[in-house]
Ligand binder design. Sequence first.
Ligand code: SF4
Length: 315
Amino acid sequence: MRILLQFPEGLKQYALRYAKELERSGNEVFISASPTFGACDLALDEARSLKADKLVHFGHAEFHHVDFNVEYVEYKMDASLALLPRSLDLLSGFDTIGLCTTIQHVHQLGDIKSFYESRGKTVVIGKPYGFAKKPGQILGCDVGSAASIDRQVDAHVYFGGGVFHPLGALLSTTKPFIAIDPFNGMMERMDQMREQYARRSRGKVLSAMGAKSFGILVTTKNGQHNMRLAELLKARIERDGMSSAILVANTFDFESLSNMREFDAFVNTACPRIAIDDCDRLPKPLLSANELMSLLSMKTELEALERARSQAAKQ
Ligand code: SF4
């Protein structure tokens, strides 16, 4: 069988080992060297051009069905639970807590729940919906497991590495939010970041107020492609007398985008986290679709106000 292997960045270090195992069982094996951001980003074009019989995607659960033979190999990681006793200080006064994590640690949620229950807490684990598949699982773009239990809990606890995943859950919830990172031994309350990100978002919209031309980003990645939305946004921008074009890439290179100097601002329709995490990588405002809509309605209101003022001045 001709097999293409695809690994997320953290697992690329094991690629050769897996390739050799599959070769020993008689397969012809290739390894995708492209950056990989999730199961939303399957190496389908590479697999098709290699005429591969199968794509083996490591580290993520299925995102959505695609018309290709894909095997998903989830990667479970047993992280240390040694920080949990210390987290009780941060959770003091919160009787009911919600738990969330990434796919790598979902199998540990049972032990984490038992720990907190043994210390008198009531623990809620949200059901998955959207792209996440397991209770308590969150993705950077699907934090339903946390958002859906926001009303029921006094605080949220995220268990896992990095800031990317807890940030998404933080921005979609309203309660105190504690992140426990077993890899760097850190625990923190992240709540203050909500206001910080809300301010950043308002700042981006204000800085795009004078924009006359918009580049709308559309990716060819299987789980992030949204041409329909891009076309709607383009029509909406042009209805208001401004100019726009749809920019297509698999992975957007921010230097190439910066070279497109005719655009005054960019609008993202790809991974929703691009307009949150990557906006500092462009010299021009990089808006989400919602931020674009706020911008357009603010412009309309301001224009109406200007018209009313000039009419009043004439009278
Ligand atoms: S956050 Fe972005 S990269 Fe991650 S799964 Fe969602 S669309 Fe893919």
